[in-house]
Unconditional design. Structure first.
Length: 149
């Protein structure tokens, strides 16, 4: 076998090996609980806070924060004052940012979130939240809220 044929054969084998290492494209919603750019899920929020109580005396509330950092940052926590671990979900999205969102879902004793989206200055946000507690379903949504702050 000539040197040229051996190099060609090696190049084909190496190329085939590299192809096996190539990443597979997957729907982002199947992999992330948040959109991958400009969002995060953490433990705390900062900035000016507005509180929304759940209706009917339910022991839950939304805390919506805004700070001017990172081109404007909105952050949301769903607070559980029931004293018990509860199934909770909170999602923050910004329609004007190509529906960038951050979401936290699970069973929590104290709060779900903090979910945040950056670059929200001058843009409205949507907040979707729900709780299942003691066999009852509670929901509080904010649509096109906090516009411009």
């Amino acid at each position: 076998m000539s040197l040229r044929m051996r190099l060609t054969r090696f190049a084909l084998i190496a190329a085939g090996g590299l192809a096996l290492l190539a990443p597979t494209v997957t729907d982002a919603h199947a992999v992330f609980d948040r959109s991958p750019v400009g969002t995060s899920v953490g433990t705390s929020c900062s900035g000016a806070k507005t509180t929304y109580n759940y209706p009917s005396g339910a022991p839950f509330k939304l805390e919506v924060y805004y700070s001017t950092s990172s081109g404007g940052t909105n952050c949301v926590k769903l607070i559980n004052n029931s004293g018990k671990t509860t199934s909770m979900r909170v999602k923050l999205e910004v329609p004007a940012n190509n529906y960038a969102y951050a979401q936290d879902t699970g069973s929590y004793r104290y709060y779900a979130g903090a979910v945040r989206v950056h670059n929200t200055s001058g843009k409205c946000i949507n907040v979707w939240s729900d709780v299942t507690h003691n066999g009852r379903y509670y929901k509080l949504d904010l649509v096109q809220a906090h516009c411009g702050r």
